[in-house]
Write a protein that binds this ligand. Sequence first.
Ligand code: Z5A
Length: 209
Amino acid sequence: MRKGKFITVEGGEGAGKSSNLTYIQSRLEEAGIEVLFTREPGGTDLGEDIRELLLGHKHTGMADDTELLMMFASRAEHLNRKIIPALEAGIWVLCDRFTDATYAYQGGGRNISFDRIAMLENWVQGKLRPDMTLLLDLPVETGLERARNRSEPDRFESEKIDFFDRVRAAYLKIAGNDPERVKVINASKPLDEVQAQIQSTLESTMLKD
Ligand code: Z5A
C-alpha cells in the first residue's frame, strides 16, 4: 500500500532541473516531509551502471530499441529496490526525470511510438504513476545556450537541434493531455521567478492540506 507521494521533475537541456531540485527538496522538508531524492536513469547501483552506458560515448551508435529497453531496465530496478519501498514506508519520492522523459526523448526525439512505450510503462510500473510532475519548459535555444556553459556534452546532449525540438513538443503534448498531473513551469525566467512559480504550484497541489 502506497503512503508517500511521488513527484517527478522534467525538462529539456539546460532547463534548470539541478538548480531547482534542491529548492523543491528544501521546501518539502521545511513542511516536515521526509523526502527521498533520486534520479533516472540511475538511482540504484545497477541503474547508475546502466546510466553510464546510456550517457557515455562508448556506444554512440546504440539501436533506439536498446536505448529504450535500457531506460526501462534501469527503471524496473529503481522501482523495485528504491521507489516502491520508500512510498510504502510513507516517504515522499522526488525524482529527477522518470517515464515522461522516455516519451519525450525516445518517443519524441527518436520517433519510437508512444504505444510501444506505454506497453513497457504498464509492464514495468503496473498502475504506478507520479502524483505530480513539474515540467520546466523553455525555448530549446535558451536551454542549449545555458547547457553549453557547463560540462562536456553527453551522448544525448550531442544531438542536433531538431531532436530537442521534438523532445520539447513531446513534453508539451504530455502536459496538454494530463494537466491535472503535469504542471508547466516557465523556466526561461530568472531563477528566483522560476522558484516562485514552483513554490506556488507546490502550495496549491501537494502542500495544500
Ligand atoms: N533520458 C532519456 O532519454 N530517457 C529517459 O527515460 C530518461 C532520461 C529518464 C540524462 O538526464 C539524460 O537522460 C537526459 C535525457 C535522458 N538527456 N540529456 N542530456 P539528466 O537529467 O542527468 O541530464 P540533463 O538534462 O543534462 O540535466 P542536467 O545536467 O541536470 O541539466 P539541468 O538540470 O536541466 O540544468 P542545470 O544544470 O540546473 O542548469 C543549467 C545551467 O543553467 C546552469 O549553469 C545553471 O546555473 C543555469 N540556470 C538554471 N536555471 C537558470 C535560470 N532560471 N536562469 C538562468 N540560468 C539558469
